[in-house]
Ligand binder design. Structure first.
Ligand SMILES: NC(=O)c1ccc[n+]([C@@H]2O[C@H](COP(=O)([O-])OP(=O)(O)OC[C@H]3O[C@@H](n4cnc5c(N)ncnc54)[C@H](OP(=O)(O)O)[C@@H]3O)[C@@H](O)[C@H]2O)c1
Length: 287
């Protein structure tokens, strides 16, 4: 049950989507978890979330197949993002990889197709393939992932149409606040934050500052959790889409409830003290 309005972003191609999305890395890896994973994504869609992030790399298409099952019969509720591997990013390979992803997802189109990270293939060649896929209606937009400012500048020399740059961003990795996030915003490229809750690891979720801030907040589900604080923090900037992965309906509901949390100036100051923002250029961190 959503009890507060979903914050949205209008992408440069005119599509408006909620800024809270859903990741799916490692989904489809364990048969016994599959039903929960599908249900979790459906709980997100039932509550108005739309963006589901997957990639051909995730379990060699097994994550895409979980996503395909979650959106079956309700394709229009979802905004599906998949990614092509750098070693498939030659022109013909990109077209083939996209068609493979569409088959795994059992859908006619992707809402967004990203280059997973930069490889040796010239960006202009991959962009040409993205544009051909767009022309055919197989993708409705394209973008990149794990691109730092220099890569974005090079990309912008090929084309000004990238919709999003998906990057590592959480309290543990704030380096992109120095330049990349502002660069993306200035160029109308949405910043998509991956691993926003630190992959569920204790380094973030048991951090005393997060634990103590969580104690000052609540949602309709009860006392707030450190994961919800970490997630709410990533969503504080209007150009950020955050894509936590929740494999269970209960985690998905908690993530949606994080939208009820408004961090105070005091919370933000304490978080800055515990997880300092960058003071100079930091190379883009990647997981
Ligand atoms: N472009 C890239 O290179 C790249 C790289 C990494 C990730 N990604 C994308 O970003 C998504 C998110 O990253 P991630 O999955 O690595 O990490 P994450 O979203 O930061 O963390 C996921 C972990 O947190 C747990 N979790 C989820 N909701 C929770 C909650 N409310 N309370 C406590 N624990 C919770 C999950 O457990 P359960 O699974 O048990 O619910 C899982 O163990 C990925 O799934 C993928 O789609 C992209």
């Amino acid at each position: 049950m959503v009890t507060s309005p979903l914050p949205t972003i209008t992408l440069r191609n005119g599509t408006t989507i909620p800024r809270l999305g859903m990741g799916s890395w490692l989904m489809g890896e364990t048969t016994s978890r599959r039903t929960d994973e599908i249900r979790s994504l459906q709980v997100g869609l039932d509550n108005g979330l739309r963006l589901i992030d997957t990639a051909e790399m995730y379990g060699n298409g097994r994550s895409e197949s979980v996503v395909g099952e979650a959106i079956r019969g309700r394709r229009d509720d979802a905004f599906v993002v998949s990614k092509v591997l750098p070693h498939h990013s030659r022109y013909d390979d990109t077209i083939e990889a996209c068609k493979r992803s569409l088959r795994a997802l059992n859908t006619s189109h992707l809402d967004l197709y990203l280059l997973h990270w930069r490889g040796d293939v010239p960006l202009s060649e991959t962009v040409r393939a993205f544009k051909a896929l767009e022309k055919e209606g197989l993708i409705l937009g394209w973008g990149v992932s794990n691109f730092d400012v220099r890569d974005m500048e090079e990309l912008e020399r090929c084309s000004q149409n990238a919709v999003a740059n998906q990057i590592l961003y959480s309290l543990l990795y704030r380096g992109t606040e120095f330049d990349l996030q502002e660069h993306n915003a200035r160029h109308h490229v949405a910043t998509m934050a991956y691993c926003p809750i630190g992959q569920g690891e204790s380094e973030l979720l048991q951090h005393p500052t997060l634990v103590s801030i969580a104690q000052r907040h609540k949602t309709h589900l009860g006392p707030a959790t450190p994961a919800q604080i970490a997630l709410a923090w990533t969503l504080r900037s209007p150009n950020i889409i955050s894509i936590p992965k929740a494999s269970t309906p209960s985690h998905q509901e908690q993530n949606i409830a994080a939208l009820e949390i408004t961090l105070t100036q005091e919370d933000l100051t304490e978080l800055d003290r515990a997880f300092p923002p960058p003071r100079s250029k930091v190379s883009l961190a990647v997981i």
